[in-house]
Design a binder for this molecule. Sequence first.
Ligand code: SF4
Length: 289
Amino acid sequence: MRITLAKSAGFCFGVKRALDIALKTSLLKNKVYMLGDIVHNEDVVKRIENAGIKKVKHLRKTKGAIMLIRAHGASMNIFQKASKLGYKIVDATCPMVKEIHKIAKEMENKNYKIIVIGDKNHDEVRGIIGQLKKRAIVIDTPAKIPLNKIKEIKKACILVQSTQNLDKALKTVAILKKYIPDLIFFNTICKPTRTKQEEIKAMPLENDSMIIIGSKNSANTKRLYEISRSLNKKTWWVNSKRDIKNSWFKNTRSIGITAGASTPQDVIEDILNYIPSLPSTQRPQKGEY
Ligand code: SF4
C-alpha cells in the first residue's frame, strides 16, 4: 500500500501566518475581536476561541480592544470604522492578498475599470472591491458575465481572487477580451493555490483512491474534492479519521491524500497514521503474492 501526501496539503503560508499572529496577539492584555472565523475549520476556530479571541458580527465602541483582520483581508471601510470606534488594529491580511489590493488601487488610479473574478460573497473579494473608490464588477462564473455592462467598458483590469480555479478564470478572461479593447489581466491566484490545483489534477490519476481532508464548510476543500472526484470516482471527503471507512480501501494499492488550506497539520497526521492501521490496508492485496 502506497500512501502519498500532496506537498501542498493543509495550511497555506497566509493562513499559518494569520494563525501565528492571532495566537501572539491573544497573549496581550487587551481583548481581541475578529469579524468572522479565522479560517473555515472547526478545530482551528476552537483553538482561537480557547486562546480568548472572540468572534463578533458587529463592531461596538471600545477603549483599546484589538480588532484582528483575518488572512482574507477587509475593506477600507472596516479599517476606518474600527479605528473610529476605538479599536487597535492588528492586520493579519495575507501579503498575497495585500498585493491584489495594491494592484487594484494602482489600476483604478490609472482609470481602469476593475473586474474581479471570484465569489461575490467571499470576504477576500469584499476586501478587494472595498479598497476602491468606484464600484467594481465581480464575476463568479463565465456563465454569469454581465454583458450589457461589459460592452460599455473601454479600459479594464482583471484581477482574480487568490483561491480561484485558473482554468475557469481563463475562460472568463477569454470572453471579456472579445468585448473590451484595452484589457489588462493580472493572474493573482496565489502560488500555494496554483500548486494545490496542479497536484489535484495529477494525484487522482496516479492513485487508486483519494482522500480529501477538510471541513464541509471550506470552499477550497470542496473545490479539491470536486476536481478529484471528476478524475477518480474513489474520492472521499473527510473531516477527521472518524469519517474513514475500512471498506473504502479493499483492493486498493495506492492512496493519495490532500487537504484544504484551512486543515490543521495534526488532523492530517492523525489520518496518515490511521490509514495504515486499518485491516483493509494491511491484508495482502490482489496480485501482491
Ligand atoms: S490562499 Fe493564498 S492568498 Fe489566501 S491566505 Fe493562503 S497564501 Fe494567502
